[in-house]
Design a protein around this ligand. Structure first.
Ligand SMILES: [Zn+2]
Ligand SMILES: [Zn+2]
Length: 241
């Protein structure tokens, strides 16, 4: 026979499950209808969208007839790069949670914000930008892969984890744009033979150096088209990566 006292811990566990989740960013309760995101609507609305018009290739804000200064010197490895939001304070906090606090479930809310970016329509494979082995060991997961998985659940495209770092690179944080490009040049290799369109997935776009180096490896493995999407974009070229 089951005694009532035995059921109390069960009841407590059920009650905890029924309590609304807390927002990963502000810790306010998340309404049940928004619970899939785990970041409340108020916090998500503080992520400033990047409005058009933007450069057709790199996605930076650009006047319609002015040449783009961000991607003028890019090689032809990336067809289109797009980001969902500016890396302002609120988005920076979310990226910090994703990378350094182990709160990788914030990736679901990021994927929600990235839905509708041009490269994410039609037939495609999602390719996460890999971490170096040292950083992967320390963090325990690759944050770009978590975003790619969340995007995959949302749009149904497959994740192809085909890129590897061929060497550990320095942190990009304190480097100039030229140093960033040199730091990651040739740092990626793709396994196997690729076909069709690959969409690189990363958390933050700063100068595009990492995406360009990763795209070069995908092209070398046979990818016919390479696009890139990131959750956030730094407002100036020199910042964090
Ligand atoms: Zn919140
Ligand atoms: Zn551009």
């Amino acid at each position: 026979m089951v005694r009532f006292a035995d059921l109390i811990p069960v009841a407590a566990a059920v009650e905890r499950l029924l309590l609304p989740a807390e927002c990963l960013v502000c810790q306010d309760p998340v309404p049940l209808r928004e619970a899939e995101a785990l970041v409340c609507g108020a916090c998500r609305s503080r992520w400033p969208r990047i409005p058009p018009p933007w450069c057709a290739r790199c996605g930076s804000p650009a006047g319609r007839d002015e040449p783009c200064t961000v991607c003028a010197a890019w090689p032809d490895t990336v067809d289109r790069a797009r980001s969902a939001v500016w890396l302002d304070e609120a988005a920076r906090r979310a990226v910090h949670h994703l990378k350094y606090d182990g709160w990788w479930r914030v990736a679901d809310a990021m994927a929600l914000a990235m839905r509708g970016l041009e490269p994410l329509t039609g037939r495609l494979s999602l390719v996460p930008v890999p971490l170096g082995s040292r950083r992967l060991r320390r963090r325990g997961y690759n944050q770009s892969e978590r975003i790619a998985e969340a995007l995959s659940r949302s749009i149904g495209a497959p994740v192809r984890d085909v890129l590897r770092r061929t060497r550990d690179t320095r942190s990009q944080t304190a480097l100039t744009p030229e140093e960033r490009a040199a730091n990651v040049a040739g740092a990626f290799a793709a396994a196997g033979t690729l076909t069709g369109r690959c969409v690189l997935v990363d958390d933050v776009f700063t100068t595009g150096a990492t995406l360009l180096a990763a795209a070069a490896a995908l092209r070398a493995a046979g990818a016919e088209h390479v696009d890139a999407v990131t959750f956030a974009r730094a407002r100036n070229a020199v910042g964090q990566d």
